[in-house]
Design a protein around this ligand. Structure first.
Ligand code: ADP
Length: 249
């Protein structure tokens, strides 16, 4: 009887947490999208000309709001994984196209640091059945790290192969600052950020890799890392070509 009551209480609090997150997501994202939309319009001088200071300050507002939106989205995704509510919608898509699209999204960031990205995806059949948005989110996280923690004029190599076990192996290799051996086991934990204050780049939230790992594991995939300090890091993900879709109630 006691166990049954405890279970009911736990389920109730779980539901309350999910409801809270769903509401919070809406309450935070709606005004934030207005801030992003309207500051973008002002920056584009749609409401009249700006002097250089005004333009600079508005660009700062826009950049910070976009960063905050990323943080909120990551926190909410992590909470969804924790409550088993991260829905995956598998559909057939081209790996090469998904990779090209994601490389396009990070290109401005790479150009800014003079980092070049090359892709080697010489596979015969590149159609997979996975959640395309989550696949691109994982790749985006790895690519943006490979750019952020790279040296200026460095490079990033993306390689994909499909093995006999019908598994995708995707590698993101950078020529960046690398990760100390003793730090490797903890970089996939929530909120872990290394080298705070030592890199000139804008720091993230320490959630990207934690979320990446959980999204992959939910699809029976995995992620590993090899790194040499000062020389670069290689992140390797393994994913089945097609994932079972686990729809949660
Ligand atoms: P962040 O938002 O700080 O980038 P992540 O979870 O994506 O958070 O990464 C956690 C930490 O791991 C980062 O703060 C960084 O110190 C380290 N890291 C991640 N990717 C790389 C990389 N490619 N090269 C060097 N360090 C990395």
């Amino acid at each position: 009887e006691e166990l049954r009551e405890a279970k009911e209480r736990a389920e109730l609090s779980d539901r309350a947490k999910s409801d809270f997150l769903a509401n919070m997501s809406h309450e935070l994202r709606t005004p934030l999208n207005a801030i992003i939309g309207f500051s973008q319009m002002l920056v584009d001088q749609k409401a009249g000309p700006l002097n250089p200071d005004q333009k600079e300050f508005l660009s700062d507002i826009l950049k910070s709001a976009e960063h905050l939106l990323e943080v909120i989205n990551d926190v909410l995704d992590l909470a969804k994984v924790a409550t088993g509510k991260l829905e995956l919608k598998a559909q057939s898509f081209s790996l090469r196209e998904a990779i090209a699209e994601t490389c396009g999204i990070v290109k401005p960031m790479a150009d800014e640091r003079n980092v070049t990205i090359s892709v080697d995806a010489s596979i015969h059949n590149d159609l997979v059945t996975l959640d395309p948005l989550r696949f691109k989110q994982v790749l985006y996280n790895l690519l943006s790290n490979a750019i952020k923690y790279n040296h200026a004029n460095g490079n990033v190599k993306v390689g994909v192969t499909v093995d006999g076990q019908k598994q995708i192996q995707l590698q993101v290799k950078d020529t960046g600052i690398g990760i100390k051996e003793e730090d490797l086991p903890r970089i996939f934990d929530d909120f872990v950020q290394l080298n705070i204050g030592t890199t000139k780049v804008q720091q993230g939230t320490g959630l990207g890799l934690a979320l990446t790992k959980k999204i992959l594991e939910q699809q029976n995939g995995s992620i590993t890392v090899a790194s040499e300090i000062g020389h670069g890091s290689t992140f390797t993900i393994v994913l089945p070509l097609a994932s079972e879709v686990h729809e949660h109630a």
